[in-house]
Ligand binder design. Structure first.
Ligand code: GTP
Length: 552
């Protein structure tokens, strides 16, 4: 195992790979933690908004229940009126006033709110209006009974700002009352034009359900209300509409209060109508703080088409939404990134991020340190292994490694009887170079000789320094003649050029060569071939040096 590891070519790459795996593994775990926290955050946000929506729903439903109570009271009155003929004081007053452009009838000044009305001519001008003399006494009776009940609504803890009844016979009752002057006609006209009235016709609301609408007065833009309205029908005839107005101020105050109750002051809660227009919010009377692009609105609408509560991330904002049961709209809560980080979940995420950054820094530091260590070890190992095989001065194989290589080569040539030759080389009078110019000069000569050998032999040949000033070359595929020629070339190159030791000192050198080959006797024993070459080298020395001897 260790041996395998030591032969890995790029241990630093392996270290980097291991650290990368650890980094990605740990980051994945952190990311998973973060994703789980995000889910918990989303559920928390949803629950909070769901609670707010339920509270608002409860309040609105309570108001709507009161609206139904008024409707039933008026239906009961239509069924069993207390005014049954024209002799009744209320009827007498109505008959006196009905032709005036504006009028009021009140039954008991202390307890009731007056019933206000417009003229006969006004009624005739409007296609939606109709004053039926056969039913007007019943309707007036019902309106007067409602005027008894409406002052009580202030004791019910509801959100409404104004409760009213508008009759198609040209009269109305409003819990906020009215001044008896010509503005009454304008008020009546405005009430007719509001969607809360128009949407309650038999054609527009065949199911006779509660209708929610938003209204902003064109002449007085500050007057903005959300209205719940229900029709008043009796014996198949549509008499009028009972409604409740909730001003944006009231709704804003309610949202603000409830948001504070749920400790959600760090994020705004908005009330949106069915067209996803923000009506009001916990931040301000209007919903103008909410900025939603058409794309965001489309995403929200799509999400809302299949759920009643949900959450969406929009750029750097987080939106939770909940549909309201009683109101045809939606409540949304907006949290920006900064607000998100302020809460408990934000703190945990920050801590997680901090741990991840610290871990990454430590891991990077450790990776750098270990990588450097491994690189240094690898360089040291390579140097040691090179030194085990090579001669540091000449950069040729050292004696041991050369003999190993030469034996392997001769063994590989033997099966095919491929020629295999050996050249043994010894510098002439090298001692006198050392003695004359010093050991440094001798070393330079040895390097020069090694360079000449390396540049002269072929790629497949191997050269080594086998003694002090002794070299050996093995040549696979070379016959005795080829090897002799090669030895001759080396000899000539050495003898023809002196070694430049310094500017003034040129050292003339020569060498003697002994050559042997398997082509002589079919002998592939390297040691034997080397000893033959050695003997011939001595013969060359004996014969006067600076020569090649290739035979006995
Ligand atoms: N500078 C240097 N000298 C070396 C090194 N190794 C061996 N020598 C010297 O090489 C010389 C070899 O001398 P000898 O064996 O007498 O041979 P020679 O002087 O070349 O004479 P012949 O071989 O007979 O021509 C010795 O003086 C060694 O000290 C070396 O690495 N560097």
């Amino acid at each position: 195992m260790f041996a395998k590891l030591t032969t890995i070519k790029n241990p630093q790459k392996l270290v980097t790979l291991c650290f990368t795996l650890v980094f990605f593994g740990a980051s994945l775990l952190m990311w998973r933690e973060g994703a789980m926290l995000e889910q918990a955050y989303i559920s928390d946000q949803r629950n909070t908004l769901d609670n707010i929506a339920s509270s608002l729903d409860k309040q609105l439903q309570h108001s709507v229940d009161i609206l139904f109570f008024y409707q039933q009271a008026m239906e009961f009155s239509l069924d069993t009126p207390f005014i049954t003929n024209n002799t009744h004081p209320g009827m007498k007053a109505f008959n006196r006033e009905r032709h005036k452009p504006w009028w009021s009838v009140s039954y008991d000044q202390r307890r009731t709110i007056p019933v206000f009305g417009v003229s006969e001519a006004f009624v005739e001008q409007h296609s939606d209006l109709m004053r039926n003399n056969n039913t007007i006494d019943r309707e007036l009776s019902a309106a007067l009974e409602l005027s008894y009940l409406l002052p009580l609504s202030r004791y019910a803890s509801t959100l409404q700002f104004n409760t009213w009844y508008i009759s198609r016979a040209g009269m109305f009752v409003s819990s906020n009352g009215h001044v008896l002057d010509k503005s009454l006609q304008t008020t009546f006209q405005r009430m007719l034009s509001r969607p809360s009235f128009a949407r309650q016709s038999l054609a527009n609301n065949p199911g006779r359900a509660v209708c929610w609408s938003y209204y902003q007065d064109k002449e007085n833009p500050e007057y903005q209300v959300v209205t719940a309205s229900i029709p008043l029908d009796y014996e198949g005839h549509w008499y009028g509409v009972i409604g409740m107005d909730f001003t944006l101020d009231v709704l804003h105050g309610y949202l603000k209060g409830i948001a504070e109750q749920h400790s959600t002051t760090d994020g705004a809660v908005y009330l949106l109508d069915s067209k996803l227009t923000a009506l009001t919010s916990s931040m301000g009377r209007h919903g103008e703080h909410l900025v939603m692009s058409p794309v965001d609105q489309a995403r929200l609408a799509q999400d809302m088409s299949s759920n009643t509560v949900g959450a969406l991330r929009m750029q750097n904002r987080f939106i939770t939404w909940a549909k309201l049961d009683s109101f045809d709209g939606v409540l949304i809560r907006e949290h920006n990134l900064y607000q998100g980080f302020q809460g408990d979940f934000g703190h945990i995420i920050m801590l997680l991020l901090f741990v991840w950054v610290m871990f990454t820094v430590l891991l990077t530091g450790t990776w750098y340190f270990i990588r450097r260590l491994v690189i240094n070890m690898s360089v040291m190992q390579n140097t040691l292994s090179w030194r085990a095989n090579y001669d540091t001065m000449t950069r040729l194989f050292n004696r041991g490694a050369f003999i190993d290589q030469a034996q392997q080569l001769s063994a590989s040539c033997r099966p095919n009887t491929q020629p295999f030759s050996v050249i043994q080389l010894d510098l002439d009078h090298f001692k006198s170079i050392n003695d004359t110019w010093g050991h440094q000069a001798g070393d330079k000569v040895l390097k020069h000789v090694a360079a000449v050998i390396s540049n002269t032999v072929r790629k497949q040949d191997i050269a080594g320094r086998v003694g002090g000033e002794e070299f050996c070359i093995v040549m696979p595929g070379a016959s005795i003649a080829d090897a002799t020629q090669a030895a001759e070339r080396i000899r000539e190159r050495l003898a023809s050029k002196p070694v430049v030791y310094s500017a003034e000192v040129l050292i003339a050198i020569s060498a003697s060569f002994g050559v042997s080959s398997s082509t002589e006797k079919g002998d592939y024993d390297f040691e034997h071939l080397q000893s033959v070459a050695d003997k011939r080298l001595y013969a060359a020395k004996e014969g006067g040096r600076n020569r090649v001897c290739a035979e006995d």
